[in-house]
Design a protein around this ligand. Structure first.
Ligand code: ZN
Length: 202
């Protein structure tokens, strides 16, 4: 099996195109030989070239092809890595959008596997945590109330899970419409302004 693969590879390698590629690589490396470091590489490439060109052939050609393929693969991987590192990744809501103003409160949540989890409210005035209250009303509804300063949210239709579901639906709507990006950028700008204000006061 290995032998037949090797002889197949050898027949492919004997083609003029492959010779051109190999000599092209050696020539490209030689261009840099003026630089001290590269002289080692050139030496290595030349001895590799001599070894590959030795008359005993078939298996060596196969190994040579493997080396060239591996080198090309490594260069390809390096280029792909470089490309992905240098190219700016588009902003993904799942990475950054975990807070927004909803029903007059600062809602926070986490995007676990792109699903909205653990929704909770923070007071926009004092950043304290909030509790859920159920005013007597029909149809039933819920409100968040700040534990510290008693600031109260707008009315959220439904109670318990139903109310949370309403909030989630609104978050999803903002994600689907692309509105989240605007809101996220606005929040960043507000945070920056607040920091600058604090620095000026100090
Ligand atoms: Zn408060």
């Amino acid at each position: 099996m290995l032998k037949s693969v090797a002889s197949w590879l050898a027949s492919v390698l004997k083609g003029a195109a492959t010779k051109l590629v190999v000599s092209g690589i050696v020539a490209a490396i030689s261009v840099y030989s003026a630089v001290q470091w590269w002289s080692y590489a050139v030496g290595a490439a030349l001895s590799a070239w001599r070894w590959l060109m030795a008359p005993s052939g078939v298996a060596r050609w196969a190994v040579g092809l493997l080396i060239v393929c591996t080198l090309l693969l490594l260069i390809g991987i390096a280029l792909a890595c470089w490309d992905s590192l240098t190219k700016a990744k588009p902003l993904d809501w799942a990475d950054v959008y975990e807070e927004d103003e909803l029903y007059g409160m600062r809602m926070r949540w986490s995007n676990f596997a792109r699903s909205i989890r653990d929704i909770h409210a923070l007071c926009p005035k004092c950043t304290s945590e909030c509790e859920v209250v159920y005013p007597q009303s029909y149809p039933p509804m819920s409100k968040f109330r700040c534990i510290t300063c008693a600031h109260t949210s707008d009315e959220i239709p439904g109670v318990g899970m139903e109310a949370l579901r309403r909030i989630e639906v609104e978050i999803r709507r903002r994600i689907n419409s692309g509105e989240w990006k605007e809101r996220y950028n606005l929040r960043l700008a507000q945070q920056k302004a607040r920091r600058q204000q604090q620095q000026q006061q100090q």
